[in-house]
Design a protein around this ligand. Sequence first.
Ligand code: MFK
Length: 555
Amino acid sequence: MPFYQTPPALGNQYVEDDVLRRYLRHTLPPDVLRRVEPELLELGELAGGDLFRQSVEQRSDEPKLVPWDAWGNRVDHIELSPLWKRAARLTAEKGIVATAYERKSGALSRVHQFALLYVIDRAWHVYSCPLAMTDGAAKTLLVSKNQALVERAVPRLTSRDPEAAWTSGQWMTERTGGSDVGISETVARADGDAFRLYGTKWFSSATTSQMALTLARPEGNPPGGGGLALFYLEVRNPDGSMNGIQVNRLKEKLGTRMVPTAELTLDGARAFPVLGTKDGVKNITPMLTITRTWNAVCAVGGMRHALALAKDYARKRVAFGAALADKPLHVDTLAALEAEYEGAFLMTFRAVELLGKEEAGELTEQEAALLRLLTPIVKLVTGKQAVAIASEALEAFGGAGYIEDTGLPRLLRDAQVLPIWEGTTNVLSLDLLRAVAKTGSLEPIAREVGGAVSGCEPSLVPVAEQVIRAVDHAQAWLGRTLEAGGPAGVEAGARRLAMTLGRALQAALLVREATRSREENDHAKPAAAARRYARNGIDQIVDDPLDADARILVG
Ligand code: MFK
């Protein structure tokens, strides 16, 4: 007897997204929501329909490097998939980057922009990668106040005209490694009003961009991140030839296989300092803040997409005499995942709100400290949740989840990059410690969490108490460990600290969402998400993360 299964299907990905719609209802003034909603409906239709189908059908159309033309000329051309070419036009026209800079929605422009991204992202094979870097480059140039570069590049990076729009690369990683950027080897030699760069960039994502921001050490500068400078370069000369850059090969990656990630040799690439000739690591951090936020938004978009497919399939797939959606164990499994996703969503968009306020000049000092602390937490917690949810979602399809032409394995492969690029979980945990050192304490997070759960609906009081206990524990552990003067102890516990704070904030924001939905028809779901999330566990702090057992186990 043949083995037939009904594939999962998606409807309009805005209409079907109760979490996004509820959040926007609570966050955007009615007139702004009315203006933004047609854009979301249009992208939601593509994300559940035509573009989604194309992304499954074109799953093998990977980019190809053509180093030489037929006549032996070095061209370094990268042929992109039809879906990526469509995505390039679509994103310019729909303003996926531009929306943040046009500021039509004032301080809520980042919420507007990232809602668009979140709805569309899973349907275009990680075209979010060049867009994240483009957004990050525009922001970094604006922060630098380098007027010549701002005038040259920002209008192109934020253009809605597909013929004029540029994307940007962010070339940081070298053969010496991706985390410890300060040991980069690329050298910058002065050449008139510019510099010439010599070195190798080991991972350069989306190498088809027109420009890049990159780091190099001006000759004579000291070692370390402070001795690097931030440079702007254009990838091709006006005649179309490469600007002293060779594409050595495209990377063979586990996932994000449509993203043309390359190894590059810079052999005299003409480049311009963005902001002086030192402090390159510090000067590129505005870009990191933006790309890390993109990472989180795409992580929650991916979680929702995977769960939408798994939930649809659960209603259709009959096994052992009933639909999976009626099987208690399957329901328990999916409920835990849905709660995780909803918490991740709310935390991510809280960071997005703060970013928008910062750019509109409306951030208080307290909120600025909160944003600095939240950015690494949001990136690292959602990266891990995205992988766990993608893995479980594949499993929810049984063997079909492991078969390429269902389009499902890509969900897991593409999710796996989220905790790696833009700073691994551990590097970001250490960044949280750096942020605590700057902001002075965890108080901004404690206050945010306390505010979110105060006055909560009675059924959620136990969740609120669990959240407050977790934050108190985290604060007490940090204070005690710092006082004991053991930096190794703080470092070893940094991931647990970040996870606990992130999970506490996610649960707290779920409580707030449930409380502010109290008078609404669909209030049952956010409250259920808050309770289920808390049951998944919040506090991960242990007193002595680097105990003797850890040493014995690792050797
Ligand atoms: C789906 C979305 C797609 C996303 C697109 C992805 C495209 C993929 C492209 C890539 O993956 S590019 C590679 C990404 N690479 C990284 O994210 C680097 C990871 N490593 C780190 O983040 C390290 O923590 C870091 C390189 C920053 C450490 O360098 P240092 O030189 O040891 O940093 P140091 O000395 O602690 O800090 C230098 C200054 O920068 C300090 O300022 P001050 O001098 O004023 O004290 C720091 O406070 C500041 N700083 C560092 N990190 C910061 C920061 N400021 C704000 N935010 C931060 N995150």
